[in-house]
Design a protein around this ligand. Structure first.
Ligand SMILES: NCc1[nH]cc(CCC(=O)O)c1CC(=O)O
Length: 315
C-alpha cells in the first residue's frame, strides 16, 4: 500500500486544546511529522477545540469530576472526522479510549520530575515551617503533607503566568508544575529546582505526549508508526496498567514511574490519602515485556495493603 500524504489542499488536521502548552505539543507533533515525511507546514492544520476542562475555570477540577474532562470534545471531533489526530498530555488521559479510537503513538518523553517554583525559597527541603503552598493537584497535596504536615495547602489553578502572579501576591510561597510543561514552553527558568522522584513521585505518564487516532484509520496508523518512541511506550504500558488496575481517576492521589535500564524495567508506585495521613508505596523490577503485568501486580498488592476504607474519600 502506498501512503497518501497530506497536502496543503488536503491538510492533515491536528486537534488540540488551545492552552499554550497544548499548542506547543501540537507544534512539536507537526514538526516531527514534517521531518519524518518531508512535508511543508502547510500540509497541516491545527484545529483548536475547547473542552469542558477549559470552559469551567472557577471551580476546583476535582469538583467538576468525571473522566476525560480535557479530552471528550476532542475525541468527539475525531470520531465525526473533523480532525485526523489528537495530541494529548498522557497525564490527563483516561486509561481507556472511547470505542473507535486508539492511542498507540507516544513522542519521546520529557523530564518526568515536578518543578519547585518559588520567588523566596530554593527548594522543597528549604521551606520554613507552616508556610502556604499552592497546588490543586491531589497527588502533590497528599505527597507534600505526608512529608511536611506543617504546611498549609491553598488551591491553585491556572496557567504559569497566573500562578506566578499569585505567588507575587503572596497567596502562597511556592507552587509545583511539571518540568515537562515548563521545558516545552521554554520556561524552565521559573523552576527554582527539580524535585527528584524519590521526594515526589510523578503522576502516571507525566512528561509524555500521546497521539490518538481513529482505530480504522490505516493511513494515520502508518504515519504515526514513524513517530512512535518505543521506550516511552514500554514505560507507559507499565504505568497505565498500574493506574487502570487501581481504577484511578483525577480524584485519586496516585503516583507512579517506570524507568528502563536496558531491558530491565523498574516500577515505583504509590497511593495516598488526600489529607496526607497515609501513603502506601511499592517498588519492583522485571523484564521490560512484563511491564503491564508488573503494573497490575503492584496495583493488586497496594490495594490489598490499603484494605477496606482507604479509598472511602473517593467521590
Ligand atoms: N494536569 C495538567 C497538566 N497536564 C500535563 C501537564 C504538564 C506536562 C506533562 O506532564 O506532560 C500539566 C500541568 C502540570 O502538571 O504542570
Amino acid at each position: 500500500m502506498t501512503l497518501t500524504l497530506p497536502t496543503p489542499a488536503q491538510p492533515l488536521k491536528i486537534g488540540t486544546r488551545g492552552s499554550p502548552l497544548a499548542l506547543a505539543q501540537a507544534y512539536e507533533t507537526r514538526s516531527r511529522l514534517m521531518a519524518a515525511f518531508d512535508l511543508p507546514e502547510a500540509a497541516f492544520e491545527i484545529v483548536v477545540i475547547k473542552t469542558t476542562g477549559d470552559k469551567v475555570l472557577n471551580r476546583p477540577l476535582k469538583e467538576i469530576g468525571g473522566k476525560g474532562l480535557f479530552t471528550r470534545e476532542i475525541e468527539q471531533a475525531m470520531l465525526v472526522g473533523d480532525i485526523d489526530i489528537a495530541v494529548h498530555s498522557m497525564k490527563d488521559m483516561p486509561v481507556l479510549q472511547p470505542e473507535g479510537l486508539t492511542l498507540d503513538c507516544y513522542l519521546p518523553r520529557e523530564d518526568v520530575r515536578d518543578a519547585f517554583v518559588s520567588f523566596d525559597h530554593e527548594s522543597l527541603a528549604a521551606l520554613p515551617e507552616g508556610v502556604k503552598i499552592g497546588t490543586s493537584s491531589l497527588r502533590r497535596r497528599a505527597q507534600l503533607l505526608i512529608a511536611r504536615p506543617d504546611l498549609e495547602v491553598v488551591e491553585f489553578r491556572g496557567n504559569v503566568q497566573k500562578r506566578m502572579q499569585k505567588l507575587q501576591d503572596g497567596v502562597a510561597v511556592c507552587t509545583f508544575l511539571a518540568m515537562a510543561g515548563l521545558n516545552r514552553l521554554g520556561m524552565a527558568d521559573v523552576a527554582k529546582s527539580a524535585i527528584e522522584p524519590d521526594d515526589m513521585l510523578p503522576a502516571i505518564a507525566q512528561g509524555a505526549i500521546g497521539i490518538e487516532r481513529r482505530l480504522d484509520d490505516m493511513r494515520m496508523a502508518e504515519m504515526l508508526e514513524a513517530l512512535h518512541d518505543r521506550e516511552t511506550g514500554e514505560r507507559l504500558a507499565a504505568e497505565r496498567a498500574f493506574l487502570a488496575a487501581l481504577d484511578g481517576s483525577c480524584e485519586t492521589p496516585i503516583a507512579g514511574l517506570a524507568e528502563l535500564d536496558g531491558d530491565t524495567l523498574r516500577l515505583r508506585g504509590e497511593v495516598l490519602r488526600p489529607d496526607g495521613s497515609e501513603r502506601i508505596f511499592d517498588e519492583a523490577t522485571g523484564a521490560v515485556e512484563d511491564g503491564a503485568k508488573m503494573g497490575r501486580a503492584m496495583a493488586a498488592k497496594l490495594l490489598e495493603q490499603a484494605g477496606e476504607g482507604f479509598f472511602d474519600w473517593r467521590v
